[in-house]
Write a protein that binds this ligand. Structure first.
Ligand SMILES: C[S@@+](CC[C@H](N)C(=O)[O-])C[C@H]1O[C@@H](n2cnc3c(N)ncnc32)[C@H](O)[C@@H]1O
Length: 391
């Protein structure tokens, strides 16, 4: 059922092929595909084999993990007269089996988190909240919450980002809301909001978003700058930059300038954000099968590229300016170690506390911004804030 293809695509195809299904049936199908995809390793352990077919996996999910009585689970899974097999009654002996992760990835998280690894991995199996970011150019967080309430969407403020609102209750159709069309908010994980906020972009400055992608952070920087000054966005992927331009026009930002070639040293930017390409292990809860589609070499693939990008970025910052290096991963080689090596090679840069004056201490670890699902309810993110000496 899920062999090699992303769960979302399998699901879309299946739903298209079964248009007669009721809303409840479609929802049940979605949950079955999502959970079989996510829990496949744990289900293999329960069944005592790694090559079980979808009906058996579904049976193991319903009976072994959801507690549905065996005959009912077998009937729901379409196993017919014979019923389902006996499931392994022993507790899963390893973190990888308990959390349904590949062995190498569970071992990696054990090294990264030590005694917290079990908690972290358990949180990778719970879908994240839907989080909105108020657009400061157009509204305040409180006014947005009020407006959403009038549109039937209940929210609560996020504890970390001053712009975050978490949606409460059933998933609303956000794309049908006038408040979205009016550009009052963007959908953005609370941790991701923090990465943009710690750059502390100010009106009138020259600010560079060096790995801008489709502009998730650029929009926030533009709003912080009150659509003044120069906001430059570079990414080697031209299609992402096209999307960035469309999004910034919709967000009412007139000062975004897209760079189609890499900026050259001597730019003298007041602030540079490096939202680096990375192994993306911090957002594994966003898809049930992401974890099974990556290979162990993802852990060593990025640091050389990240070090190059960071070096390049450093030469674009004016003396006295600010540089933020950020990732959405949990890997010291891409985060703490990379920044420590950079700081050793560049004595003209020194670390400063992220979010001085507003970011709670709970989000700061060893001087870096560090958030994770089990501690903060966000995806996992890392950021180092550095300043270049004035002289
Ligand atoms: C984590 S994503 C950025 C996401 C974006 N900042 C956002 O908030 O939506 C990393 C980006 O780095 C870009 N990238 C890859 N190599 C790069 C390079 N050498 N210099 C700058 N950006 C690069 C990728 O194309 C990708 O869009």
């Amino acid at each position: 059922m899920l062999a090699g293809s992303p769960a979302e695509r399998v699901l879309d195809r299946t739903l298209r092929d079964h248009r007669h299904l009721s809303r409840e049936q479609r929802q049940a199908l979605k949950e079955a595909v999502y959970n079989v995809g996510l829990w496949r390793r744990r289900l293999g352990f329960l069944l005592g084999r790694d090559d079980a077919t979808p009906p058996f996996l579904l049976y193991a999910l319903l009976h072994g993990l959801a507690g549905v009585p065996a005959p009912e689970a077998a009937a729901l899974a379409g196993l017919g007269e014979g019923g389902g097999p006996a499931l392994n009654p022993a507790p899963a002996p390893t973190l990888a089996l308990r959390a349904s992760l590949p062995d190498w990835l569970a071992d990696h998280f054990a090294r990264e988190f030590g005694p917290e690894a079990e908690d972290f991995c358990a949180h990778l199996n719970v879908p994240g909240p839907i989080t909105l970011r108020a657009t400061p150019l157009r509204t305040t967080r409180d006014a947005l919450a009020e407006r959403l309430r009038s549109e039937g969407v209940q929210t609560r403020p996020g504890p970390w980002s001053p712009l975050a609102l978490h949606v409460e209750g059933p998933r609303p159709n956000l794309y049908g809301l006038d408040s979205l069309r009016e550009g009052l908010f963007e959908v953005q994980d609370e941790g991701s909001q923090l990465l943009g906020l710690v750059l502390d972009a100010q009106p009138g400055e020259t600010v560079l978003d060096l790995c801008a992608g489709a502009g998730g952070k650029t929009l926030l920087l533009g709003a912080q700058m009150k659509d003044s000054g120069r906001l430059l966005a570079y990414d080697p992927d031209p299609e992402r930059l096209d999307r960035l331009l469309q999004r910034s026009a919709r967000a009412g930002l007139s000062r975004v300038q897209v760079l189609r070639t890499p900026p050259t040293p001597g730019l003298g930017a007041d602030r540079v954000l490096v939202d680096a390409p990375c192994s993306e292990l911090g957002s594994l809860r966003r898809g049930p099968d992401l974890r099974f589609r990556i290979e162990p070499d993802v852990l060593t693939h990025f640091p050389p590229l990240q070090a190059d990008i960071l070096q390049h970025a450093a030469d674009l910052v004016r003396p006295g300016g600010r540089l933020v290096y950020a990732t959405c991963t949990v890997n010291r080689a891409e985060n703490q170690d990379l920044v420590t090596a950079f700081l050793a090679a560049r004595p003209d840069f020194s670390p400063v506390r992220p979010g001085q004056g507003w970011l709670p201490e709970a989000c700061v670890h060893e001087g870096f911004l560090l958030v994770a699902p089990h501690r903060h309810g966000t995806d996992a993110f890392f950021a180092a804030v550095m300043e270049r000496s004035a002289g």
